[in-house]
Design a protein around this ligand. Structure first.
Ligand code: PAF
Length: 282
């Protein structure tokens, strides 16, 4: 497995592959890898000759310096996990100064408005940071396809818009959420949970599943109320938002509309750890 810290050495590995018409799949990550990331890597191998995985905790997408500081960093373990999938993985793990040069700041993006919903409302500048770093990473890797998990469904939609806006010739592939045995969506942040918090966090997926089951029989207002009441009853959690939104626009509707695909989205804190999840409803 090759590990590159600079764009120049990454290019020197990729250039001969590209010249030989080998296709490159790309999985951008912030490290602290888990089975969810590995499922993206495996999918990328099904569809490409080689796979680049970037490991880079992007400072510009964090609005809270404390959150950035405590973001788990497990590089040695990440490399072991990747090696267990394939020795043909090319790892790109640059320093911020290498990727951003002198200017570690984000560009302002205007997507179709989806950046203003949910995560955009609660994490100021988050999607500008994501857009900026992905632009830099796509430029360094020049992949044919790039893989993103549906756990960050809003991010996935934003990335699809980003590549059109910035004219980046890459196909964006969304992959299903991978869950723990108790239903909790896999996330690097799960490493910050105590055992008790981890088992309590099963409630998130349980509630989303209940909302899906009741979606056809209850109104959106009733479903919102159901989730809010469950959170009020539970001392472990603080609900940041629960929304039932149009999957394409990510906007909420007071009433269900015909021919619209809906998804339920949730963000909550458990013991100071912020978790997000979502589910398709129809
Ligand atoms: O989803 C993530 O891990 C990050 O937002 C990404 C896409 C790697 C950009 O830093």
């Amino acid at each position: 497995m090759k590990i590159h810290n600079s764009k120049a050495s990454l290019k020197s590995t990729l250039l001969p592959l590209k010249n030989n018409n080998k296709s490159i799949g790309f999985v951008p990550t912030m490290g602290a890898l888990h089975k969810g990331h590995l499922s993206l890597v495996k999918q990328a191998f099904k569809e490409n000759d080689w796979v680049v995985v970037s490991i880079f905790v992007n400072p510009t997408q964090f609005d809270d310096p404390a959150d950035l500081k405590k973001y788990p960093k497990t590089l040695d373990n990440d490399l072991l996990l990747l090696n267990s999938v394939s020795e043909k993985i090319i790892v790109f793990s640059p320093e911020a100064s290498e990727l951003y040069h002198q200017n570690i700041s984000s560009k302002k993006y205007h997507f179709s408005g989806i950046e203003k919903e949910m995560e955009g409302k609660h994490r100021t500048g988050h999607f500008d940071g994501v857009g900026t770093v992905l632009n830099l990473l796509f430029d360094a890797v020049t992949p044919d396809k790039a893989y993103f998990g549906e756990k960050d469904f809003q991010q996935l939609q934003i990335v699809k818009e980003l590549v059109i806006l910035d004219h980046i010739p890459v196909k964006i592939v969304g992959c299903p959420i991978i869950r723990e045995k108790n239903g909790l969506a896999m996330s690097s942040r799960n490493k910050q949970l105590s055992q008790k918090e981890f088992s309590e966090a099963a409630l998130i997926c349980k509630l989303l599943t209940t909302v899906k089951e009741k979606f056809h029989n209850l109104s959106i207002a009733k479903l919102n109320q159901l989730v809010e009441e469950e959170f009020k009853k539970n001392d472990f959690f603080t609900l940041e938002y629960f929304e039932i939104a149009n999957s394409a626009t990510l906007k909420t509707h007071p009433n269900k509309l015909k021919n619209v695909k809906y998804r339920a989205f949730i963000a909550c804190f458990i013991g100071g750890v912020r978790l997000i999840d979502n589910i398709a409803l129809n």
